[in-house]
Design a protein around this ligand. Structure first.
Ligand code: PLP
Length: 256
């Protein structure tokens, strides 16, 4: 989607394409075709739809590195110095929908197109202390509360341990079951979005309905891939993961 959008404004070179295995994996550093003349290299660090995540920060040499971190920001420590620009919609791990956090190197040469709206000009945004217009104040207030909460959890290192524990619980359950299949290949598995399916689309639909009765909601996979998806963002406690696994066991025994 990002590349289609970017095509409206300039030339896009696809550095990789993971369509061959239905986006179930992440390309290796060596397989990336980096164009040294590119204005920037863009990637999506955690693919919310397919449930994959990059386990390394791509080395793009002198080409500025830009990442969409909407669904993994604040899930684990990150060396932001490797990036020229990171953006993240707040709605997954930060605050209610409607706010986007952008982390820009202050030495990034910002050369907007002549047609770039002022509101999207990061140079202007920096000049105006992030208030080119009135920002969504309530979302920013909640963002502050979430950052305090992260500090109370012992910071991102602790949160990362907790997130790994949650994800490992579900993946090991899935790996030990012949009833469920995971979508993402093991080396590319996201800590935030676990994509899987049962034996058929009909059974997936029953799974969604039955899960809802037990208070396990929003378990339906994204429309482009179907199947099932457990989104276990920062706000999901380990008890929620345990409840899901308990339900998955019961569902398997009922429908095997
Ligand atoms: C959620 C998400 C977005 C933004 O989604 P919208 O519904 O368009 O706001 C963008 N990138 C990633 C990786 C996401 O997870």
């Amino acid at each position: 989607m990002a590349s289609l959008e970017a095509k409206k404004y300039g030339t896009v070179n696809l550095a990789c394409n993971t369509e061959d295995r239905n986006h179930a994996y992440v390309p290796s550093q060596n397989s990336l075709k980096i164009n040294n003349a590119a204005s920037y290299f863009h990637y999506c660090a955690n693919n919310t739809v397919y449930g994959t995540a990059w386990k390394y920060i791509p080395d793009t040499g002198r080409v500025p590195l830009v990442a969409d971190m909407s669904s993994n920001i604040l899930s684990e420590p990150l060396d932001v110095t490797k990036f020229n620009l990171i953006y993240a919609g707040a709605q997954k791990n930060i605050a209610p929908a409607g706010l986007t956090v952008v982390i820009v190197r202050d030495d990034l040469p910002i050369k907007p197109l002549s047609t770039t709206p002022t509101i999207l000009d990061y140079g202007k945004m920096i000049e105006n202390d992030s208030m080119t217009n009135t920002p969504p104040t309530f979302n920013i207030y909640v963002l502050g509360l979430v950052l305090d909460w992260i500090d109370k959890q012992g910071g991102l290192a602790n949160l990362a341990e907790y997130n790994k524990e949650k994800a490992d619980m579900i993946y090991s359950f899935l790996d030990n079951s012949s009833f469920y299949q995971t979508h993402a290949e093991p080396e590319a598995r996201s800590l935030m979005n676990v994509t899987f399916r049962t034996q058929s689309d009909t059974l997936d639909a029953t799974f969604v309905q039955d899960a809802e009765k037990e208070g396990l909601i929003n378990i339906k996979g994204h429309r482009v891939i179907g199947g099932l998806r457990a989104s276990i963002f920062n706000a999901m406690p380990i008890e929620g993961v345990a409840n899901l696994i308990d339900f998955m066991g019961k569902f398997e025994r009922r429908n095997r």
